[in-house]
Design a protein around this ligand. Structure first.
Ligand code: SF4
Length: 174
């Protein structure tokens, strides 16, 4: 997996001040995508152990609320595979911090991604490690700048843990 960009004090992609990891690679190619440059899986730099350490250091300060994964698409199968061990480490080192994730894939009430090719074992393991998932492709005709943490009205800000516990999609924010 390659990393397109890292923002160490991001206030736009989740609650509080967050460390945002933009991964490279997205096959969806939504019209009007905010980050077209990161569609290419080879864009940016490799996700090495040194980059992991850089992210751990960025997550450590008390004013950082947590980690946000976005891209590109963190749930492209190869990206989910690479992110899974990293997010497990984040969970164990920083249990008090939250993990948010943006994906163009759609979350199902049963706790997996509805698109079969992305519903891999890594994706199924990664999902329960998240607190909040913003799902669904960006639809330019449904774009609404008043929406919080999402670009188009078809996308949902989902409370992952409550959704998995209740077996239905529970929204974190309307
Ligand atoms: S899913 Fe996200 S990153 Fe991929 S094309 Fe759509 S808006 Fe861009």
């Amino acid at each position: 997996m390659n990393v397109a960009e890292i923002k160490k004090t991001d206030i736009a992609n989740g609650e509080g001040v967050r460390v945002s990891l933009f991964v490279s690679g997205c096959r969806r190619h939504c019209k009007g995508c905010f980050n077209e440059i990161a569609w290419d899986f080879s864009y940016g730099k490799p996700f090495t152990p040194e980059v992991e350490e850089e992210l751990f250091a960025a997550l450590a300060p008390g004013f950082i609320s947590g980690l946000t994964l976005l891209g590109g698409d963190p749930f492209e199968p190869e990206n989910a595979e690479a992110l899974l061990p990293f997010v497990k480490k984040v969970r164990s080192r920083f249990p008090e911090k939250t993990v948010w994730c943006f994906t163009g894939y759609t979350f199902s009430a049963e706790g997996h991604l509805v698109e079969a090719h992305a519903d891999t074992s890594a994706a199924r393991e990664l999902l329960p490690l998240l607190d909040v998932l913003i799902d669904g492709r960006f639809e330019e005709e449904k774009k609404d700048i008043r929406l919080v943490f999402r670009g188009s009205s078809n996308q949902r800000v989902i409370d992952v843990k409550k959704s998995l516990a209740e077996g239905k999609v529970v929204l974190y924010l309307e």
